[in-house]
Design a protein around this ligand. Structure first.
Ligand code: GLP
Length: 245
């Protein structure tokens, strides 16, 4: 920040100069992922600029995903995302995928309960309007980084007590002989809305992947209809292609 004070004659607006010097400090590794930034007041007094200027620079960097702000605890350098490479040819669960990578998995419940089904749910799950749907919505977190929001819908007849699934939906389904054996997955591009972006700790509007999975039992019956939003900066979906003759 002292450097900034010296170069403040250079003509560029002060908040831009401050933004650049913070960016440079991050790029050069002077401050690393998870490090706390000094308070607005400290930066302002060290660089001899106003707090409004500091706030503008910091807000730009938060929007750009370089810094993250946590309410009540301050501003930090954003954690560096290691991209997760996910095969598209195996029917695995989130818990299994992360455990295979040695990552710690946890979920925050967003919703779980029995509801009257929506028209989509009735159609995909083959429910009548008098049957109930079990909804299980979770924010899925690996090594403390939120990676995806998953909203699963199943017939209440296979999941009468959504509160009781524990940490893995597929493990719970496996216990009642309802683990899916086949799935069709559709991946499309999306821009994250404000609420989803907040949960995933990314700036609103950034790119995400919308994933819809419909999975089946060996009998051909649909068991799961899940709509998820994955962080675009965290996932590579990889499929192996073969020439068939
Ligand atoms: C993946 C799929 C979801 C599925 C979930 C089950 O993430 N995209 O469709 O519901 O795995 O994961 P778990 O068994 O960890 O709850």
């Amino acid at each position: 920040f002292a450097m900034l004070k010296e170069s403040s004659q250079s003509g560029a607006p002060l908040y831009l100069q401050l933004r650049r010097s913070i960016e440079e400090a991050v790029n050069r590794g002077l401050i690393g992922p998870g490090d706390a930034l000094p308070s607005e007041r400290d930066i302002a007094s060290k660089a001899d600029i106003s707090r409004v200027t500091v706030r503008k620079a910091v807000q730009d960097l938060v929007k750009g995903g370089i810094l993250v702000q946590r309410h009540g605890s301050g501003t930090f350098v954003a954690p560096r995302m290691e991209r997760v490479e996910q095969s598209l040819s195996r029917l695995t669960s989130f818990t299994e995928d992360m455990a295979r990578r040695g990552m710690n998995v946890r979920s925050v419940w967003l919703d779980r309960g029995l509801y009257a089904p929506s028209p989509d749910e009735m159609m995909v799950l083959g429910l009548s309007s008098t049957e109930l749907v079990a909804r299980v919505a979770r924010l899925r977190i690996a090594n403390d980084t939120p990676l995806a929001i998953e909203r699963a819908a199943l017939s209440a007849s296979v999941l009468p007590d959504p509160e009781a699934i524990g940490s893995s939906l597929y493990a719970a389904l496996g216990m009642t002989g309802n683990r899916p054996v086949r799935a069709v997955q559709r991946i499309s591009a999306t821009n994250l809305g404000d609420a989803d972006a907040r949960l995933l700790e990314v700036p609103p509007g950034v790119a995400g992947l919308q994933i819809e999975r419909i999975s089946y039992l060996a009998s051909g019956k649909v068991i799961e209809f899940t709509r998820s939003v994955y962080r675009g900066d965290a996932y590579d979906f990889v499929a192996e292609l073969r020439l068939t003759g």
